[in-house]
Design a protein around this ligand. Structure first.
Ligand SMILES: NC(=O)c1ccc[n+]([C@@H]2O[C@H](COP(=O)([O-])OP(=O)(O)OC[C@H]3O[C@@H](n4cnc5c(N)ncnc54)[C@H](OP(=O)(O)O)[C@@H]3O)[C@@H](O)[C@H]2O)c1
Length: 199
């Protein structure tokens, strides 16, 4: 398959690339690194990316920022950070790419454990992750030409444990290898509309 991995040089992106690269042709994309440059906050940049990437059998997104901070005092502007970046960045990949991806192609988005297991300061990320999961569930019943869509929703990765130290008390970090298997399951498997949770 020809697979476009967006955010390929990030922590999750590297896990996806490592798991898929031996069996497939991988095209990497990212804001600063990758075969194709893209900024998911800019719809024109997404359209240009699809033009440059050419025919695709699968698109995997491993990107997205949300706002982390206490609910008390959280503003609409802060809440919009996650909606515009992590949610709409990935949703636009599907909205724009649905007519461009090959027949029986697939989209794999990334949400995260806060869709089911809240932490303090995580309301924005929880809302965004839940929205991504619900979007995929619903998009799956409408996507045409046999196109599938799933979401990978991991807890903290071992590789990111230090970065998020103190934020996820009691969570058992998962390995990049296990997360890689989740992307493989979505891309190479038959499921659609599913959230692949890794706790
Ligand atoms: N790490 C974890 O433990 C973990 C666990 C569960 C869920 N997640 C979720 O997984 C996603 C990726 O996390 P990560 O830890 O892998 O992040 P990361 O290491 O910071 O990597 C993010 C990647 O996405 C690219 N990117 C960011 N914004 C972009 C944009 N607007 N347009 C195009 N590319 C963009 C970055 O490229 P540049 O550096 O060039 O901007 C980078 O390659 C996030 O949504 C995160 O919430 C992460």
């Amino acid at each position: 398959m020809r697979i476009l991995i967006i955010g390929a040089h990030g922590t999750l992106g590297q896990a996806a690339v490592a798991a898929l690269k031996d069996r497939h042709e991988i095209i990497t994309a990212g804001r600063s690194l990758g075969d194709v440059a893209v900024d998911l906050l800019d719809r024109r940049s997404i359209t240009d990316m699809y033009k440059k990437a050419g025919a695709l059998d699968a698109v995997v997104t491993c990107t997205g920022h949300a706002y982390f901070g206490p609910l008390a005092g959280m503003t609409e502007d802060q809440f919009m950070i996650g909606l515009k970046d992590k949610l709409m960045g990935q949703v636009n990949i599907v909205l724009i790419g649905q007519s461009l991806i090959n027949d029986r192609g697939s989209f794999t988005l990334t949400s995260g454990v806060l869709d089911r297991d809240p932490i303090r300061k995580g309301a924005n990320a929880s809302a965004v992750n839940g929205a991504l999961n619900a979007f995929a569930m619903s998009a799956a019943v409408e996507l045409e030409r046999g196109i599938r869509i799933n979401v990978v929703s991991p807890t903290v990765l071992q590789a990111s444990a230090k970065k998020y130290e103190g934020f996820f008390p009691g969570h058992v970090p998962v390995s990049s290898e296990r997360v890689g298997f989740a992307y493989v399951k979505s891309v190479e498997g038959a499921i659609t509309g599913q959230v692949i949770a890794l706790d």
